[in-house]
Design a protein around this ligand. Structure first.
Ligand SMILES: *[C@@H]1O[C@H](CO)[C@@H](O)[C@H](O)[C@H]1NC(C)=O
Ligand SMILES: *[C@@H]1O[C@H](CO)[C@@H](O)[C@H](O)[C@H]1NC(C)=O
Ligand SMILES: *[C@@H]1O[C@H](CO)[C@@H](O)[C@H](O)[C@H]1NC(C)=O
Length: 444
């Protein structure tokens, strides 16, 4: 890579010149003791000032009883104009960012609380698409609620559908293109998956008197829940004579079909152990649901992680998940995902994340239950529990295999001299880097 080397040398030389011309004016601690080595073998002392030692802790949290201000240390000044205090209490990292934030990173924070809600008899739905958060190109999310017995009607769509049950239980039905069928009841923390174009329905059982609620994910950021192919909508737009011909009936057989889509409507709660009609093609050999809630998480020093991708949930060919808990004071370690964007959903607790977007661009965001984050591949990031309670969230990816790269593991498995020369750290620090992924570390 001769080009890189030349550029690098130029940078070093310019930095050295700058440093030597300024070395006396600069505060003594902001430069290395010998910014320019003149020795012939390049000495990897820093050619630039050291990074600030400011720990950059969050300055408040959503429960703080203060009027938050855009002030950190000697920077900033108080607000004289109007102020949305609840929003600013929720977002300390936007109003008083850590000094490590720099440059431009697209917005990576949405909340279902900001989404338009589609109210129906029997339930509701609210969604986040790329229109709400332009960075979120690969995945879109829907939060849906069905009262006991209520039905999200028979339909299909262009994208795959993946779901995580948040509360109550939901009965799903589907039929494959080969004519195999499948019916199952899915409980909190469990998953379902329908391949693109495969017809299906969702119905809340009466396991809980309130019915159920779940999170739906589509593997396309532009997919809208309002843009699906509904059975009622289709039949309302087919001449009745064609219906009669198709089903070999009188057209009066369809006297009472709805004249428009139902989408969500009330129904009688199904039995938990409902079975599909006997299919000559059989029941699908591939289960479209997965008892994720019953899998054992891997335990780490700061929390837990469990993963479901196509290696365990075989039907889920295009969407994978990691469910993560982080205890107070702990952190989902610094990492990135090599080729997949991450759509993150916060279920409980308070989190802070910094998205590093290369070229000095970094921005920190705060999240709480009901919020969505989006981290494009391969942005570096962490998820810090900044609250007093367990933080729990889902990392969701458009992929058949979960993958990440751990900063600690990368550094531990790289020749230590190289790491030490780059970061100017001691052997003691290098020994802290872990050769096996820690995923969730701390608290200290
Ligand atoms: C479901 O919702 C009910 C009512 O809000 C709540 O008491 C219960 O803890 C929730 N269950 C889960 C699994 O979140
Ligand atoms: C998980 O790890 C923590 C910390 O290492 C430990 O205290 C706890 O007992 C472990 N739990 C299980 C179920 O192994
Ligand atoms: C955590 O607890 C402390 C002490 O009670 C409190 O000051 C702080 O606001 C709490 N943090 C959050 C995120 O609730």
């Amino acid at each position: 890579m001769p080009k890189f080397s030349r550029n690098y040398l130029c940078t070093v030389i310019v930095a050295c010149l700058l440093a030597s011309s300024r070395v006396h004016a600069a505060p003594p601690l902001s430069l290395s003791p010998s910014p320019c080595s003149t020795s012939s073998s390049p000495n990897a002392t820093p050619t630039v000032p050291y990074a600030s030692n400011d720990p950059n802790y969050p300055l408040w949290n959503p429960d703080s009883n203060i009027v938050p201000q855009p002030m950190r240390g000697t920077f900033g000044a108080n607000i004289l104009g109007p102020q949305n205090i609840p929003l600013e209490l929720e977002n300390p990292s936007l109003l008083a960012p850590p000094t490590t934030d720099h440059g431009d990173v697209p917005n990576a924070h949405w909340s279902f609380s900001l989404s338009h809600t589609r109210l129906q008899t029997g339930g509701w739905a609210r969604q986040q698409t790329v229109k709400d958060m332009p960075i979120a190109k690969q995945l879109a999310g829907v939060n849906m609620r069905l009262e006991a017995g209520a039905i999200r009607e028979l339909h299909w769509h262009k994208t795959a559908e993946w779901a995580y049950v948040l509360n109550g239980s939901t009965q799903i039905t589907t039929v494959t293109p080969e004519g195999q069928n499948y019916v199952a009841t899915v409980h909190p923390g469990d998953l379902w998956y329908f391949p693109p174009g495969q017809p299906h329905s969702l119905q809340a059982t009466a396991d809980r008197p309130e019915g159920s609620e779940f999170l739906l994910i589509f593997d396309n950021g532009a997919a809208s829940e309002d843009d699906t192919f509904l059975l009622t909508d289709w039949l309302a737009h087919i001449p009745k004579g064609v219906l009669a011909k198709n089903f070999q009936t009188k057209h009066s057989a369809f006297n009472q079909i709805p004249d428009r889509q139902l989408y969500i409507f009330p129904g009688n709660p199904p039995a938990d152990d409902a079975q599909p009609p006997v299919s000559p093609q059989g029941i699908s050999s591939l289960p479209f649901t997965y008892e994720f809630s019953k899998t054992t998480p891997a335990n780490y020093s700061g929390g837990t992680v469990k993963i479901a991708d196509s290696t365990t949930f075989k039907a889920a060919k295009s969407i994978a998940v990691a469910e993560v808990t982080v205890e107070p004071g702990a952190i989902r370690e610094l990492h990135w995902h090599p080729i997949q964007d991450e759509w993150t959903f916060f279920i409980e607790g308070y989190a802070r994340m910094t998205l590093f977007a290369a070229d000095s661009n970094a921005r920190t965001f705060d999240y709480q239950a009901g919020d969505i984050a989006y981290v494009p591949a391969p942005y570096g990031h962490y998820v810090e529990n900044v609250g007093n309670t367990t933080l729990r969230f889902l990392e969701i990816f458009k992929t058949d295999r979960y993958q990440d790269v751990s900063l600690s593991q990368w550094l531990a498995l790289t020749p230590p001299e190289l790491v030490k020369e780059t970061l100017q750290v001691s052997d003691e620090t290098v020994n802290k880097f872990q050769k096996e992924k820690q995923l969730v570390v701390g608290p200290q």
